[in-house]
Ligand binder design. Structure first.
Ligand SMILES: [Zn+2]
Ligand SMILES: [Zn+2]
Length: 442
């Protein structure tokens, strides 16, 4: 699409300005416009793109900035009613997206091709950095007031698909994660509320991305919801020959752990603690997958798994005093506040997570600290400080043989965090759509 932005025009000047905007040749653009200033508001012949469209699609930030200083129309529409912001989101030109948003570009415009917004496009093409920026703009802009932020995140295109549907269909697990985290409805139906249609899980089953399916299931996606043809996601995966996905979606296989998003203290989690817990949840679910996928030709080994192996090794050298007093297996990484008791991320999850909530029996009682039964006000990452004397750990064992953390131990236990960061940064760069699509099932 980017190359298609060059414009054949019978007029040499016109041709020149669009070429200059495409190539980011600001000097050439200035000299063309000196000859004929009216060309500033010209549209290309066939697609009716403005100079701003062309520069934004090609990531020519200098040209974009220069044009904006000349107060060209920020939300100009091309032949398909696409704005420059949509073009930048389609092509993942993050600096241009940022510039246009900063200049006040309208995020609530729908094109005439499929009734999609810039948020749909960022999700569809997997540009998670653009997606984040648009979402954070929506939080603070007039859209949040006039439309409501939650409504914007769940905005529908002409066929009823939300950005989450598109990200799931196009195998964009990172975008799926971001959208769910920002309030995208995991069971939204393309048929509209209360009408049968496809859920994001149906579309992920069709796309065949295990990671998208994992994310959706961990968020409580319903394996039994039927689409307009009466099919559950499992059947969709089978039909499209995604056997491994089908195994996870099979309603008779064990339910995954579900992230306890409704619990208030979980939504108040600080980002570090959240990353730790999310990671532990995914690990727990992968353990469960091992049983489910036994017999399929799928291997569960993955980069995140080998990383965790490494961490376990390095931590096994640490003293027992830092071990979790519930499982005596993992190191305490989470601290309960206000009481200060500590446990590992896995045990924290076991305490807070539930299998898929049954609406008739769902308990809304928040969990309490397993050591002192006091209410959990907050969960934070346990500080692995050298001065551990002031922290009252739970077992007598720990008091007997407490050894302070040295720096290398402390940093190795945080390798998990950075490994996760690396993992989730995947896809945020300029990875082409083809690379992601061609990637075989992991
Ligand atoms: Zn534990
Ligand atoms: Zn406690």
């Amino acid at each position: 699409m980017g190359q298609g932005m060059s414009c054949a025009s019978p007029n040499n000047h016109e041709n020149g300005i669009f070429k200059a905007a495409q190539m980011g040749d600001l000097d050439a653009l200035k000299s063309e416009l000196e000859d004929d200033p009216s060309l500033l508001h010209e549209f290309s012949l066939y697609d009716r793109n403005s100079l701003l469209h062309v520069a934004a699609s090609n990531g020519q930030i200098e040209v974009v900035s220069w044009l904006l200083e000349r107060s060209v129309n920020l939300d100009a529409l091309n032949r398909h009613k696409q704005t420059p912001l949509m073009m930048a989101a389609i092509h993942g030109k993050i600096s241009c997206v940022e510039k246009l948003l900063h200049a006040g570009a309208n995020i609530l415009m729908f094109d005439s091709l499929r009734g999609r917004t810039c948020l749909h496009y960022a999700a569809y093409y997997g540009h998670s950095d653009c997606l984040k920026l648009i979402i954070s703009t929506a939080r603070t802009s007039h859209v949040a007031i006039s439309w409501g932020f939650a409504r914007f995140v769940n905005i529908r295109d002409g066929k009823g698909a939300t950005p989450l549907h598109l990200a799931a269909r196009q195998r964009r697990p990172e975008c799926v994660h971001i959208l769910l985290d920002c309030g995208a409805l995991v069971c939204a139906s393309t048929g509209g509320y209360g009408y049968p249609g496809s859920t994001p899980l149906h579309l992920a089953a069709r796309g065949g991305s295990l990671d998208c399916i994992r994310e959706l299931l961990a968020w409580g996606a319903d394996r039994l919801q039927r689409d307009e043809s009466g099919r559950i996601p499992y059947l969709v995966a089978l039909k499209h020959k995604h056997g491994t996905c089908a195994a996870l979606l099979n309603p008779s296989s064990a339910e995954p752990l579900v992230w306890p998003s409704p619990l208030k203290f979980i939504s108040d989690l600080n980002p570090e603690a959240k990353v730790l817990l999310e990671r532990a949840l995914m690990e727990a679910n992968r353990e469960r997958e091992k049983t489910i996928l036994k017999g399929t030709d799928y291997s569960v080994s993955s980069p995140s798994h080998s990383d965790s192996g490494e961490i376990d090794d390095s931590l096994s050298e640490t003293s027992e005093s830092e071990l979790c007093c519930i499982c005596f297996d993992q190191v305490c990484t989470i601290e309960v506040q206000d009481c200060g008791h500590r446990m590992c991320a896995h045990c924290t999850l076991a305490l807070c997570c539930h299998n898929k909530p049954n609406p008739t029996t769902a308990s809304v009682n928040p969990p309490v600290c397993p050591f002192c039964r006091s209410n959990i006000a907050r969960l934070v990452v346990a500080k692995l400080s050298i001065e551990t004397d002031d922290i009252d750990l739970c077992s007598s064992k720990s008091r007997k043989s407490r050894r302070s953390w040295n720096l290398s131990e402390g940093s190795s236990s945080f390798k998990g965090l950075s490994a996760f960061g690396k993992m989730s940064a995947r896809g945020s760069g300029r990875i082409s759509a083809d690379e992601l699509i061609d990637k075989p099932n992991e």
